[in-house]
Design a protein around this ligand. Structure first.
Ligand code: NAD
Length: 367
């Protein structure tokens, strides 16, 4: 069931192509601040309801990041495992053709589950406008070397999470050189958080992936960790570490926990096991708002997902405007620092959880 309210959704489009059997949806939630921004999810189970919920999240995320974008999302019903690359590209192409009346004027696409930079190349080519989507390959430029795609490999989300962490540590008055950090997940987001922390000489004592947690009291050597993950496929092969089950990442004796993998990591059942005093939500929805409120009462500060992990969407805006990767990273840093600072100050002043402060701020910006 889609909830219609005073924000949206403004438009819901369902499209089908007889030739490729492409069946997809576009939900444009709100365009008060600019064209709706949101990725294309390609899964067998995607529904218009799911897409509508994700589109609403994008409305808040873009407003929170103070970008001239509204919120939107798309879904294509397809089981990519049973498609050849050509079939997949043909479906993307047909989807892009079908969205032409609204894209890029009211909708700007991006990668999401099962879509990446090459799908964005196909989407932009079929649409005919370079601005129709972001997350395009770095060699897809308007002019040679000018206005090029900015794919996910630049690690903009992890870079933003790292800055959110540093601002929150400042708020707590901690010395960053003396704290212990655990990072849940060592994928695109988690590995870049680790990289930037390591470059600052900040200690990471634990990280995890789907195989387990690797805990190392004296901290990791980032380059070695990265190499092991690449070559051996898991962080638990790092020499000398204590290996624990994945769920134990939350009960380690650390000061900061960065979430960067699964939803509902912290839940009603395990919320009392959390030892960290600061949680930075790099992943989406690692806990419910009720759990966040519970942790707040226990004196644990949580920087919410749509504040901390907005680096990806800020990078999308930078690409849309034709920035290069260096200026994109500068923009991510500035926006994430300002927004985290604003949200934490407001939350402290009003004695509310940071998520509520962020929602209020985003709503003011939308309205
Ligand atoms: P990814 O697929 O690159 O990495 C996920 C990592 O989590 C992998 O290392 C995987 O092994 C690990 N993992 C899987 N199950 C785990 C478990 N039970 N415990 C610990 N680790 C586990 O994904 P990503 O792009 O890094 O995204 C991670 C989270 O961040 C997701 O919630 C995603 O929605 C969110 N996010 C990502 C971006 C982005 O730009 N990539 C932007 C905003 C939010």
């Amino acid at each position: 069931m889609i909830n219609f309210d005073d924000l949206g959704p403004e438009k819901i489009l369902e499209v089908y192509d007889q030739k490729t059997k492409m069946h997809g949806f576009l939900v444009i939630d709100n365009t008060k601040r600019g064209p709706g921004k949101g990725g294309i999810r390609m899964t067998p189970s995607v529904t218009v309801d799911e897409v509508a919920r994700l589109a609403r999240t994008m409305t808040f995320k873009c407003a929170m990041a103070d970008l001239p974008f509204g919120g939107a999302k798309s879904g294509i019903v397809a089981d990519v495992k049973n498609l050849t690359q050509k079939q997949k590209f043909d479906i993307i192409s047909a989807f892009s053709e079908a969205l032409k009346p609204l894209c890029p004027k009211m909708y700007v696409a991006a990668p999401d589950m099962n879509t990446a930079e090459e799908e964005m190349r196909v989407f932009a080519e079929a649409n005919g406008s370079w601005r129709s989507c972001t997350g395009k390959p770095a060699n897809m430029c308007v002019k040679p070397g000018k206005k090029c795609g900015i794919p996910h490999e630049y690690g903009s989300t992890g870079f933003g999470v790292y800055h959110a962490l540093k601002i929150a540590v400042q708020h707590l008055g901690w010395d960053i050189k003396k704290i212990k950090i655990a990072i849940e997940g060592f994928g695109n987001v988690g590995s870049f958080v680790a990289k930037y922390l390591a470059e600052d000489g900040i200690k990471i004592v634990a990280t995890s992936d789907s195989k387990g947690v690797c805990y190392l009291e004296n901290g990791f050597d980032f380059k070695k960790l990265e190499e092991i993950k690449k070559k051996l496929g898991t962080v638990i092969k790092y020499p000398g570490c204590k290996i624990l089950p994945t769920q134990d990442i939350i009960n380690l004796d650390v000061d900061v926990l960065v979430t960067a993998a699964i939803p509902d990591l912290i839940n009603e059942k395990n919320k009392d096991k959390v030892k960290a005093k600061l949680i930075i939500e790099g992943s989406n929805i690692p806990m419910t708002i009720e759990v966040e409120k519970y942790l707040h009462k226990k004196g644990i500060l949580v920087v919410p997902d749509f504040v901390a992990n907005a680096g990806g969407v800020i990078s999308s805006y930078a690409e849309y405007k034709g920035y290069n990767p260096k200026s994109m990273l500068r923009l991510v840093e500035r926006k994430i620092k300002n927004n985290t600072d604003l949200v934490l100050k407001e939350a402290k002043k009003k004695n509310i959880i940071p998520r509520e402060a962020a929602m209020n701020l985003a709503l003011r910006r939308i309205k």
